[in-house]
Design a protein around this ligand. Structure first.
Ligand SMILES: [Zn+2]
Length: 460
């Protein structure tokens, strides 16, 4: 990077740091958890107010703005209707939950960290992208491509914001989303959810349940079963609730479906217990022997659906829930899969394996996306990141789903750092005491400014 430009950006950041902090404070100060729709507030009044606030901040920075039916909006520089570059952040947040040491809606500073719901995910980055546009505008030169900072209001609960955007706007030439991690996310596995419904009706099992979501390994599962006796087992609660009816609770180690390693499925523990102690009928056992293959092999190998393409980590599958529906047992599926398999292929294999035992219902799912890290847009982003931080880290792929897959040409690009040491009072995104380092956020501003300038140089 040329010295003069580097100094210019540093000076811009110094000049604006108090104002950036104040804008982050105002945006975090708007509780923006989704709630029931109201007139002119399609995701509830909170996300609407946060979108208004973000667009107000943009106008104060001398940027043009557009509000697309209060679902999503954008600030922009350059011509409005020409092929453009974009960033995308969101101003809605997840509920605050328990365990906060300060008011989640009041941005608080401690030892260089800013604490508040949404400061990292994704209100802080949203403000940062507006300042990146402000810098480019103040530079004054003609832009080869206009730049938009897109601001969504429904990322956390359904992404209806970006679906709407794609209905009413042309997609960007290239877009990066500061709603992820540095250095850069160049691929996301495919995701598909499904159910395995028992063909047999329940006989000895009266009720069975565990888990609350497709995408989490459950830490608790329980069953009520008719039996003369059920033996005790360490780590499980086994009690005769009434004569001949036993209530058994298993405890595992929960975790996210994208990272089953290190988790222990409570559903698997419970099924092992029922099978080993012959507490179920032969038909029920047949079903349980089939579905327990999921917790026994999160790589899908016992179901015959394992896959590894060398680009992503191998396929994973977890059962997030088990429950009953009209006297049948239902165990759920959450697959994260690489590029050398597909929903159709997984469905075909499962249906064969389940024949006579279970009905397989798989949703349509989302295909994986993978971008070569050598593509010019990705290289432009990485060059900016390396120049500013000196880091030698490489782009990586993930098992989750982000905004990036909503556009034909997009990636996740910062601003979080995986695995950096943090003080104990720093909480994670989606958790209590969500916090981010202010100097790192300012550094990310420099990265984003440079990345956009690099992208301006490219031929699309
Ligand atoms: Zn987010």
């Amino acid at each position: 990077m040329n010295e003069t430009l580097s100094k210019q950006i540093d000076a811009f950041i110094e000049e604006n740091r108090e104002r950036i902090l104040w804008d982050m404070t105002r945006l975090v100060g708007v509780p923006s958890v989704e709630s029931a729709p109201e007139e002119d507030a399609p995701f509830g009044p909170g996300p609407r107010k946060a979108l208004d606030m973000a667009l107000t901040i943009a106008r104060e920075l001398d940027l043009e703005t557009e509000d697309l039916d209060h679902k999503i909006g954008y600030a922009y520089i350059g011509e409005k209707n020409a092929p453009y570059l974009a960033t995308i952040c969101h101003v809605d947040v997840v509920p605050v939950g328990e365990g906060w040491n300060s008011d989640p809606w009041t941005l608080t500073e401690r030892e260089g960290y800013l604490i508040g719901r949404g400061i990292v995910d994704d209100k802080g980055p949203a403000v940062i992208t507006l300042y990146a546009l402000k810098f480019l505008k103040e530079q004054g030169g003609a832009l080869r491509y206009p730049v938009r900072a897109i601001l969504g209001a429904n990322e956390e609960s359904g992404m209806e914001d970006v679906k709407h955007y794609n209905k009413v706007e042309q997609p960007p030439l290239f877009c990066f989303s500061p709603d992820a991690e540095f250095p850069l996310i160049n691929g996301e596995k495919g995701i598909v959810h499904g159910k395995m419904r028992s063909l047999c009706k329940m006989e000895k099992i009266i009720d069975i349940k565990g888990g609350a979501a497709y995408n989490a390994v459950p830490d608790k599962a329980e069953v009520w079963v008719q039996a003369a006796h059920a033996p005790g087992r360490e780590g499980m609660e086994v009690e005769e609730e009434r004569p001949g009816v036993w209530h058994i609770t298993a405890h595992g180690i929960g975790g996210h479906a994208a990272h089953p390693e290190g988790t222990v499925s409570a559903i698997g523990l419970l099924e092992d217990y029922l099978l080993e102690n012959n507490l179920v009928s032969e038909k029920e056992a047949e079903y349980l022997r089939f579905v327990v293959k999921v917790p026994h092999a999160p790589d899908g190998s016992l179901l015959g659906v394992e896959a590894d393409d060398g680009l992503f980590s191998p396929l994973t599958v977890v059962s997030g829930m088990i429950f009953t529906e009209e006297d049948h047992m239902v165990q759920t599926l959450d697959f994260r899969f690489p590029t050398n398999t597909s929903v159709e292929k997984i469905r075909g294999i499962l249906e064969k394996k389940a024949a006579g035992v279970a009905v397989i219902e798989l949703e349509d799912g989302k295909a994986p996306f993978y971008k070569d890290p050598n593509e010019k847009e990705l290289a432009a982003c990485m060059a900016a990141f390396r120049e500013v931080t000196g880091s030698k880290e490489k782009p990586f792929t993930i098992g989750g789903g982000t905004y990036a897959r909503s556009f034909p040409n997009a990636v996740g690009f910062g601003p979080e750092y995986i695995g950096r040491e943090r003080p104990d009072f720093v909480g994670p995104i989606h958790g209590a005491n969500e916090a981010g380092n202010f100097e790192e956020m300012l550094e990310s501003l420099k990265v984003y400014i440079l990345a956009l300038m690099n992208l301006e140089e490219l031929e699309f």
